[in-house]
Design a protein. Structure first.
Length: 97
């Protein structure tokens, strides 16, 4: 996961396309889900919402940004939806301090 996040941050800094593109994002969501011991939910149609277990991360760009630590922990708590305990856990790991 760390390598995926780091690579995404480099791409963002260089102005290259983000990992919000489905093939890249699918890898990040599946790795994060496996790390959490939860199922990954990949949208069936473009523009759908991505999730890890019961936590809905949102549409592609927001999901990519959450997983690549583009938000603070408080912002992640405000953006993600699901059981409060699970959202808080995600925010602690994916959000910047």
């Amino acid at each position: 996961m760390e390598r995926w996040v780091h690579h995404s941050q480099i791409r963002r800094a260089l102005g290259q396309s983000s990992f919000a593109e489905a093939p890249f994002l699918r890898v990040g969501v599946e790795v994060a889900a496996a790390s959490a011991g939860a199922p990954a939910s990949v949208p069936a149609e473009p523009g759908g919402e991505w999730a890890i277990g019961q936590v809905v991360l949102g549409r592609a760009q927001q999901t990519a940004d959450i997983l690549t630590r583009a938000y603070t922990a408080e912002e992640v708590r405000a953006l993600a939806t699901g059981p409060a305990e699970s959202v808080d856990l995600l925010a602690r790991f994916a959000g910047r301090p």
